[in-house]
Design a protein around this ligand. Structure first.
Ligand code: G6P
Length: 612
């Protein structure tokens, strides 16, 4: 789970590489490094953020037109200068950057140690650099060929870039499991883990496929082959990404910008997919699989983290109106539990990044058992988007803050559209009700705008509770996943322990924690199990607990009981998660800022988890 970037051309490589690393820092930020060819091979690495590397190389020789750079999120070996990438081969002639995990590295390492090699780091990636060098010496004195032979020996996942002092005219990249994109400029090339470091230089890109490698030389055509040496024709795609989408646009943090973008991102997600006049929903990306969906006896949703929470909201929606049984599984559990999958099952994989390793692997398992796999991804062209049979993009735009916000509400929007469309086609919903719900969904972006106006009230509450040690989040029905997501957001960015629970389950355990110190956030909107939630609030008050309640505008009953209230606009029960989530995002944001936490890059987390 790291970010890699590279350049070959006429320009100075360093400024491109360092800027690229900053764009990729969301993928990992415990150490960073850079290697540049300039007659010599100069490698510089530093524990800490990219800015620390920048400081460190100020007085170093960073000239050169070919280079590679890496920002790391440690898997093998603690974060320090030595374990940081790039890794050099023993002779220091070769430098490699790697995102992924070489699973059989210790076997290869032992073999190389027997042959007299001495390793300096604890990483699996250094082993690959040494292996390439060993092959160059003993088997084939050609860098591209040595890389290809080495890759045939490794098991695991990788996106790599390799340069060598002895063949200074080329940059070699390869991919399996981890993402890698090549940007094609005028006689120059850019490589990166995603398109964000590339977009300001070129919009023409090639996404490398698994088991492919490319030999990249300036002013020459791309030479792409499979690792079994079959030449491939590069498939050049045009990026739709705009540079302005990657900047903070006046906000203090990306997370705040992304929270405030939600009226637009939800609108973008629905754009072209709703025909309110003629009363229908069209999800073009999955229309070929419509009949299968209608006939499906079961839908299995697989995802991780926040995307898993969106899946839970989807379960309530699909079961509620489309009457299809839904199971929501953590991808990491699903892949190892010998799951029962039938050929007429529909598996929906949800992923913001489209790169989450567990979700990808779960897809492969479901595929081998014959299920139809649909994807809900945000990143266009991502591995999950390509691994699924069909899917719908969320079109939320790049999400850079590590804690997911606008991607979550966009995922729920797609699931709402899917549920509505299936309910209509299956005839499980009355025409008038369908019409009502569709109209209300169209209105959601406006209601989100209104919900964002609660920010001032939330800031005041955040100031009061920024020193709390524990938080409990409660909700029922559609608001249960919202409670889970609220708790996750707080944990992720403020490091306060928080638990999300179905409100009624509270009395089977968490109620023991309640005292005057612990705030409980209750989502108590006016539909569904409203009365029951009020009883749960009373149970907390009876134990002197503090209640922060998210209520529907105009609410009276909860207001009388709660210590603090946040009012959100009234909407259909099914769409409440799209509104109720927003104050919870803002609450965690403000608490994290008050606590001086790094909101956009919380400790130990990464945005894209490309390792198991
Ligand atoms: C990481 C991120 C979370 C995200 C999860 C799943 O843990 O920090 O924000 O929800 O991965 O990622 P995905 O890209 O598959 O949605």
């Amino acid at each position: 789970m790291c970010g890699i970037v590279g350049y070959i051309g006429e320009k100075q490589a360093y400024p491109i590489l360092i800027k690229g690393l900053k764009r990729l820092e969301y993928r990992g930020y415990d150490s960073a490094g850079i290697a540049i060819l300039n007659g010599e091979l100069n490698t510089f690495k530093k524990i800490g953020k990219v800015s620390e590397l920048e400081e460190y190389v100020k007085d170093k020789n960073i000239n050169g037109n070919i280079g590679i750079a890496h920002t790391r999120w440690a898997t093998h070996g603690e974060p320090n200068d030595i374990n940081a990438h790039p890794h050099n081969s023993q002779s220091k002639n070769i430098a490699i950057i790697h995102n992924g995990i070489i699973e059989n590295y210790s076997i290869i390492k032992d073999e190389l140690i027997k042959r007299g090699y001495k390793f300096s780091s604890e990483t699996d990636s250094e082993v690959l650099a040494y292996l390439i060098e060993d092959i160059l010496k003993n088997v084939k004195n050609d860098l591209a060929e040595a890389v290809r032979i080495a890759l045939n020996q490794v098991i695991g996942a990788y996106a790599i870039a390799v340069i060598s002092k002895n063949e200074p005219d080329k940059l070699i990249v390869a991919k399996k499991g981890s993402p890698l994109v090549i940007g094609i400029g005028k006689g120059e090339f850019f490589i990166a883990s995603d398109a964000t470091p590339i977009v300001e230089y070129t919009k023409d890109v090639v996404y490398l496929n698994d088991f492919e490698f490319a030999v990249i030389k300036k002013n020459e055509e791309l030479d792409i082959r499979t690792i079994s040496n079959k030449r491939q024709t590069p498939y050049i795609q045009r990026l739709e990404l705009e540079l302005s989408q990657l900047e903070k646009g006046g906000y203090e943090h990306f997370m705040l910008k992304e929270i405030y973008e939600q009226p637009r991102s939800i609108r973008d997600c629905m754009r072209g997919r709703i025909n309110a006049e003629e009363d229908f929903v069209i999800l073009g990306g999955i229309s070929d699989y419509e009949q299968k969906l209608i006939n499906a006896k079961r839908i299995i949703i697989i995802a991780c983290g926040t995307s898993w929470h969106a899946g839970l909201v989807g379960e309530y929606m699909l079961e509620d109106i489309a009457r299809i049984p839904v199971e929501v599984e953590y991808a990491s559990e699903f892949r190892y539990k010998n799951p029962i999958i039938y050929e007429d099952d529909i598996v929906i994989a949800i992923s913001q990044s489209g790169e989450t390793a567990d979700t990808l692997e779960a897809i492969e398992i479901a595929k081998t058992r014959g299920a139809t796999i649909l994807g809900i991804c945000n990143v266009v062209g991502s591995s999950i988007a390509r691994a699924t049979h069909a899917g719908s993009y969320t079109h939320a735009g790049p999400e850079i803050g590590v804690a997911s916000t606008k991607a979550f509400t966009a995922q729920i929007t797609i699931l709402a559209l899917l549920s509505l469309s299936l309910a209509q086609k299956k005839g499980t919903i009355k025409k008038s009700r369908f019409h009502q719900l569709l109209n209300e969904l169209t209105n959601i972006p406006k209601l989100v705008e209104e919900t964002l106006k609660t920010d001032d009230v939330i800031l005041k509450i955040a100031k009061i509770f920024s020193n709390a040690r524990n938080f409990l989040y409660l909700g029922r029905g559609y608001n249960f996943p919202v409670a889970l997501e609220g708790a996750l957001k707080l944990k992720e960015i403020s490091y306060i322990h928080a638990e999300g629970y179905p409100a009624a389950e509270m009395k089977h355990g968490p109620i023991a924690l309640i005292d005057q110190e612990m705030p409980t956030v209750v989502i108590a909107t006016n539909r569904g199990t409203y009365e029951k939630v009020i009883s749960n609030i009373q149970e907390i008050k009876a134990r002197k607990g503090i209640i922060i309640a998210i209520v529907t505008k105009g609410d009276k009953a909860v207001k009388e009981l709660a210590d603090y209230v946040i009012e959100i606009p009234e909407t259909e029960e099914m769409f409440v998660p799209l509104l109720a989530t927003i104050p919870l995002q803002l609450l965690s944001y403000h608490i994290a800022v008050i606590r001086n936490c790094n909101v956009d890059q919380p400790r130990n987390l990464a945005k894209s988890v490309t390792v198991e």
